[in-house]
Write a new protein. Sequence first.
Length: 433
Amino acid sequence: MARTRYAHVGTGMRSNMYRGAMSDNHKHHAELVAICDKNPARMELYNKHLAESGMPTVPTYAPEQFEQMVVETRPERVIVTSGPDATHSEYICRAMEAGCDVITEKPMTVDAGSCRRILETRARTGRQVQVTFNYRYAPPRSQIKEMILDGAIGDILSVNFTWLLDTRHGADYFRRWHRRRENSGSLLVHKATHHFDLVNWWVDDWPEEVFCHGSLKYYTPATAERLGLSDHADRCLDCPVMDRCPFAMNLAENEWLKKMYLDPEPQDGYQRDKCVFADEIDIWDTMSVTARYQRGALLTYQLHAYSPWEGYHVAFNGTRGRIEHHACENTYISGDGTVPGELEKHNVSITYTPEFAKPQSIEPRTGSGGHGGGDPLLQADIFDPDAPSDRLRRKAFHTDGAYSILVGVAAYTSIDTGQPVTIADLLGGAPIE
Ligand SMILES: NC(=O)c1ccc[n+]([C@@H]2O[C@H](COP(=O)([O-])OP(=O)(O)OC[C@H]3O[C@@H](n4cnc5c(N)ncnc54)[C@H](O)[C@@H]3O)[C@@H](O)[C@H]2O)c1
């Protein structure tokens, strides 16, 4: 069988999931032909990992050589896993202009202007943009989708969703590029794109109007003072209070983090271990969103990034009953050896209460692998041309990518203006379907 030719942009931590699939269980479907990154040392590391898994190494290209890469290596599809998130839209559009289909990590982009540009370029070129929402594939979340699809609670009238990031995982977004809104669109886009996508997919509708409050009250100099850490440095590596700081990250001691970030640092100055109490942080650590959907369902959503435990609670109120789903997640920091976002098997529950009846406990489905067992299923949906058709419609495209980020963009715009924001205004007539 002819393999599909892939180029891969962005060779940081998340690229491992794609490289791993193309070197292992999907090597008969995918042929990697080139990589592109602004850091040559990280591309060298990527090639080293390819060689270690018995795969041929591939030519490397700098960002400005992207079009040259496409001409010389003739990829059919381009995988975008660059970070900051704000770099995605440029590569998504350049790839489509060069005649390639795109697979992009979430968030598809971080603001309304670049979102419109992606939608317009896609409509004009007729290319495909797949957005890899791995959260949909976690077994209990797919199970909820199935229950809703099968009519267990009738029409959904409201959703109440709380997501908690703990002081280990949550803190990691305040250490590096995510902590500036221009890079990540804040956690309302970077992180909540997953959550808003889940809601859009679960209720099978699109958001219409959004209002939001946000605050930054934990990852602040005041917290450093409360914890007796005021004499901290700008980064952990040379910090005098590292031994006492509960947020300290030792890049030199972790083999993965050292190879991926500390060793390549001289080439681009990317510091992975900046202090979480820095003044330059301009994202929120506490966010409270309310949204209305096109068919009238109402959403309340909360996200905070300094919880003692990590996980989520979501409840759906329908015309014929209620579903509540609760889950704790193992927490991790990319590259420290733990499995990202694995659900704690004994701390996941689904409660179903039909109209006029008693609550029933439903056994949650389980899976293994990254992101609650979602990553292996997602890999098949990306690379396997014969992946079975899916009645849950987990494979996501530009429309899903756009609506999920636009809730976040509307939310941060609402924080700025104090006013509700309509999604149609952000779209400005761009071709979304
Ligand atoms: N789906 C998930 O659960 C999940 C998990 C982690 C990360 N992600 C996403 O994956 C992406 C990468 O995250 P990461 O943790 O690997 O980040 P990272 O910082 O580890 O890696 C980003 C890579 O992009 C490169 N880069 C930076 N600017 C570039 C440019 N202009 N052109 C080309 N390359 C550039 C960097 O040198 C680095 O190699 C992000 O968009 C993030 O949101 C998704």
